[in-house]
Design a protein around this ligand. Sequence first.
Ligand code: FAD
Length: 287
Amino acid sequence: MAKIGDLLRAGRTFSFEFFPPKTDDAQLTLGRTIAELEPLHPAFVSVTYGAGGSTRARTRDVVTWVRRETDITPMAHLTCQGHTRAEIAEILQHYRDADVSNIMALGGDVPNDPADTRPSDYKYASELVADVNEFGCFSVGVAAHPEGHPRSPDLATDRRLLADKLRTADFAITQFFFEADHYIRLVDALDALGVNKPVLPGIMPVTNKGQIVRMADMSGTAVPPWLLDRLSSTDDAHEIRKIGVEVATDLCQALLAAGAPGLHFYTLNRSTATREIYANLNLSSAH
Ligand code: FAD
């Protein structure tokens, strides 16, 4: 199956992120969303990895299903959090056997459940990257945080550690952000540190004001005052989604003009906003 590192060397990639569904209904919604997005010919889709054991199994199931049942290249997310080296080796063996060639190696969100005390053999994502690389058959992506990771002491340290991590991986995907300058500054900083690997901007179309404020708070993303003002101008859900699509379209245009190697959309398992942005950017006809 295609490796994302090779796809990026061949040209721009447009890709989508999903999370593993928790219920049968959510499973149906995701199936429908993938069917609606498949005609857009994404270069790849990625599936996130949760903290709990059952959601972790569902990531494997969704990734393996996409590989087996569709023509889309899947990427499996994998985290340091709560994993021994032996477990990681077993999961990687499963993906190798299933002909899945792309792994996103992440630190992982800390589990909400204080009773969850599973040991981790890994402290930082860079240690996981090293083990995935040892398998020799995966293209490896890592996370980048344009506004800095919330646990980083300062932006310079964040950039230096990201540069070290990205040197050993094939590409990065960023946390979502709302100002193109955050992305441009990140890429410039990596360049100054001698790292030119592709960095795909992560795009989160706003469809709900409360949800975006919560998610931004957790991930260290600033929601700029101009965006809050626009979102506060209406209570109409349809209008808010329209603003979200317009804002994301403008951001995508600025990022592509700045030379971004592609766009990675956080779909939240829905297709409408992403399809509208695609149409605004004329990407449907380009693929
Ligand atoms: P790391 O690279 O380990 O960085 C975490 C912190 O440690 C940073 O502050 C970094 O500067 C610091 N650090 C790194 N190396 C060192 C070192 N050697 N010494 C000292 N400090 C160091 N979470 C999930 O649980 N599941 C997912 O599927 C998921 N998907 C994501 C996809 C994308 C594109 C992004 C951007 C994030 C995703 N996350 C996911 C969230 C991510 O797991 C969290 O942001 C996590 O807190 C950090 O992950 P990381 O891979 O950047 O970690």
